[in-house]
Design a protein around this ligand. Structure first.
Ligand code: FAD
Length: 544
């Protein structure tokens, strides 16, 4: 059965009529990872997500699969080792989604990084992550650093280093994990919010959920419930009882996107300039470069995170001080996003000092909540949660996590080399079809081995240009395979066009609304309300 909106009523009927071993609340990377691990071990799994999959923090990160170099400063060796090693594993499971990326770390006068400490730190970082010799960190003098990245301001530069990381697309990673869980039998439903829990004799037995597309209530019964709601973990914990013990501490992280022409760096750069010695990334991607991030305590509306002028000024000042470019101003911003880190409160520590470790809380009524952690560590977090769930299950006890062997896409690339060879063929095909150059890397990172199938039938057409036909084909693909319910699901999370191909966004919006009315048969009221929602998003993201 296709993972499509037409079949969504069947997913809901199944959720309402069957009994599950495990109900997961939250469809970010954590919930998706748990669903995949659990279904692969033989559990009967249902997952509900109140918005779209990855609509929370899991589409608003820095989009790196990284070991977290700065956690070495906090002596978090175990965390750095675990996530460092996960990078290579995830790359092997999906080489087009988790892509090697060399990172430049410039050493700057007055910065917090000294040459010796940086060299030792990166050595330990590579050692913990078991980085192969060829990819190990290299220290650079000033001239070598400038030769690699000429836009760095040379008056302030002392030297630098180059080391190995990986980049990803967080929302695509999440949807691929969701699809992988679905293909193994998990029942996953977006736009379905858990509103309260059902407790019998002191134990949870199910949850009441609200279907946001019909406004109808659905009761889902399950042996165990896992709360994987990221920044909303405490709200969901409070649906059953007042919170005992540890709580969340949320910090806001903002990213700004500017056209590549405004900051045409060749590599990702990780630098410190701020008076608070925080580190900032600048990362080139498709037609853009993005800058992030801030890290400030947050206690306002989690569903509507505003980007303040102070956030913008902080990031742009840092970039303008570090690079020898025409100063970037707020009017250059073409898109932006803000996310919340669901950290676990620690007495007396500031936002950037709090550990990024994950932790599992188990309530007396059996609710298992998972908080903290990183995108990069999602697979190991899921393993720990499912191990905990199985402590209560005598039948499946002793089963082991197998997600280290599950490719994230079907079909899949066997290795990086195969992925790169495919890219060359894709570039050629894009040229033949009259598509812009940016489409080859764009299609590869989003659709992997299926990318070619999205352009094969593009032909000279009186009604639609090649670029329009491509968007139309993507819509068909996402509609049939990726449970898009709202135009935003495609425009923001499945395609990433809003952020990384901003020039195409007006055309994409027009075609998406047309697709929804012509092929999904939605009514005018739906289109009007989606259009209003979209206009608000465009205003908030700096695209208008
Ligand atoms: P979320 O993605 O927030 O998912 C929780 C989901 O639960 C949401 O989709 C929400 O809608 C849903 N939900 C809430 N309440 C309910 C309910 N009642 N019923 C149903 N559903 C509900 N990590 C890295 O490894 N690399 C990075 O580069 C990186 N950069 C980051 C940068 C920033 C600015 C931030 C904020 C985080 C970054 N992280 C990074 C951390 C990483 O993004 C998060 O750890 C991860 O995305 C959290 O995923 P999650 O699934 O736990 O939470």
């Amino acid at each position: 059965m296709n993972f499509s909106v037409e079949n969504r009523p069947k997913f809901i009927a199944k959720a309402a009529s069957e009994h599950f071993d495990l109900l997961i609340i939250g469809g970010g990377i954590t919930g998706a990872g748990i669903a995949l691990d659990a279904v692969a071990r033989g559990l009967k799994v249902c997952l509900v997500e109140k918005g779209d999959f990855a609509s929370g923090t899991s589409s608003k990160s820095t989009k790196l699969i990284h070991g977290g170099l700065r956690y070495l400063k906090q002596f978090e060796f175990a965390l750095v080792k675990e996530v460092g090693q996960e990078r290579t594993l995830l790359h092997n499971l999906a080489p087009h989604i988790v892509v090697p990326e060399k990172m430049i770390l410039p050493l700057i006068k007055g910065g917090s990084l000294g040459k010796t400490m940086t060299s030792i730190g990166l050595y330990i970082y590579d050692f913990l992550a078991e980085v192969e010799d060829l990819d190990k960190r290299r220290m650079l003098n000033k001239e070598e650093t400038l030769a690699i990245e000429p836009l760095l301001r040379d008056q302030k530069l002392l030297g630098g280093s180059i080391y190995a990381e990986y980049r990803t697309d967080d929302a695509r990673l999440t949807i691929e994990v969701v699809k992988s869980a679905y293909s193994r039998g998990a029942n996953l439903i977006n736009y379905m919010e858990c509103t309260s829990m059902i407790e019998e004799d002191g134990k949870l037995t199910g949850a009441r959920c609200l279907d946001h597309t019909s406004q109808k209530e659905v009761i889902i019964r399950a042996g165990t419930i896992v709360n994987a709601t990221g920044p909303w973990v405490d709200e969901v914990r409070m649906q059953t009882h007042p919170i005992k013990g540890k709580r969340l501490y949320l910090t806001k992280g903002v990213h700004l996107v500017i056209p590549k022409s405004k900051l045409p760096i060749k590599h990702s750069i990780y630098f410190d300039v701020g008076h608070d010695k925080r580190m900032i990334f600048t990362i080139p991607r498709l037609d853009t470069t993005y800058i992030g991030t801030t890290d400030t305590y947050y206690e306002e509306d989690k569903d509507d995170i505003e980007i303040s002028l102070a956030d913008i000024t902080y990031l742009l000042n840092a970039v303008n001080q570090t690079f020898d470019i025409d100063p970037i101003s707020p009017k250059d911003i073409v898109a932006s996003w803000a996310g919340l880190r669901p950290l676990i409160y620690e007495d007396g520590k500031s936002a950037s000092e709090i550990s990024r470790k994950d932790e599992i809380f188990v309530a007396d009524n059996g609710l298992i909540s998972i908080a903290g952690g990183k995108l990069t560590g999602y697979r190991k977090m899921a393993e720990r949660v499912v191990d905990r769930v199985l402590l209560e299950d005598t039948l499946l006890q002793g089963t082991h996590c197998t997600t280290d062997e599950i490719y994230l896409t079907d079909p899949h690339f066997d290795n990086h080399q195969e992925c790169m060879q495919y890219r060359v063929r894709l570039e050629q095909k894009c040229r033949e079809k009259g598509l812009k150059e940016v489409n080859a890397p764009y299609l590869l990172q989003n659709y992997g081995p299926l990318a070619m199938s999205l352009i094969e039938d593009i032909a000279d057409d009186m009604d639609m240009s090649a670029e329009e036909q491509l968007i139309w084909n993507e819509l068909k693909f996402c509609h049939n395979n990726e449970l898009i319910v709202s135009p935003c699901d495609y425009l923001i999370r499945r395609s990433g066009r809003l952020y990384f191909i901003p020039d195409s966004i007006n055309m994409a919006e027009y075609l998406t609304l047309r697709y929804f009315s012509e092929l999904l048969g939605v009514d005018e009221a739906f289109i009007d309300s989606e259009k209003k929602k979209w206009d608000e998003i465009m205003k908030g993201s700096g695209s208008q």
